[in-house]
Design a protein around this ligand. Structure first.
Ligand code: NI
Length: 189
């Protein structure tokens, strides 16, 4: 089932998400819906707060990016579910990459983040992992990880760029946009 994506301005996007308990009801269904919602909106990642659940869950598919980059991509893409991710460390020189977000349609901007991230997480069967990701894989994880910490990429843009997008952000918050997929705006009928 395709779920509405919560838009910029929704308080759930600014909350620190709670751990997922193993007894969380209908977790497999929620994960299946998140994949469907993400692909429908042409995204490479989606975090649970973006569909209204303040829990530490996100899904990522960077295999799609491999196709765009051909064989030149340094690292292989992956398709994974991340439950209760905890950052161990970030390392390497910060580099700029143009990010976007399904909760903030039609706004893109360069964000600087460290090269790699080491993460503890569980998969959909609650198997535990500790792993280091680099390059674009790290980038997408860092973006989604921010979502479960209540942080949006627009907060990490340079001050000038922040000013330039202020009006557009306000339009999104007020629901004055026509997104290509179903969205849920805060306090907008
Ligand atoms: Ni996002």
């Amino acid at each position: 089932m395709i779920l509405p994506i919560f838009a910029y301005g929704q308080p759930v996007l600014k909350k620190i998400a709670a751990p997922v308990e193993p007894g969380f009801s209908d977790l497999p269904a929620l994960i299946a819906d998140m994949w469907e919602t993400m692909y429908h909106a042409d995204g490479v990642g989606l975090a649970a707060p973006q569909v209204g659940h303040s829990i530490r869950l996100f899904v990522i598919d960077t295999l799609q990016l491999d196709k765009e980059d051909g064989d030149e991509a340094e690292e292989k893409g992956f398709k994974k579910v991340f439950i209760n991710a905890q950052k161990v460390e970030e390392a390497g020189d910060p580099w700029a990459y143009e990010e976007g977000c399904l909760s903030i349609p039609r706004i893109r901007g360069d964000v600087e983040r460290p090269e790699s991230i080491r993460l503890k997480y569980m998969d959909e069967n609650f198997n535990e992992y500790e792993e280091t990701f680099t390059g674009v894989n790290a980038r997408v994880i860092q973006h989604e990880y921010d979502h479960i910490e209540g942080v949006l990429f627009t907060e990490k843009l340079k001050p000038l760029k922040k000013r330039l997008i202020q009006r557009k952000l306000e339009d999104i918050r007020l629901g004055k946009i026509n997104p290509e997929y179903k969205m849920k705006f805060y306090n907008v009928r």
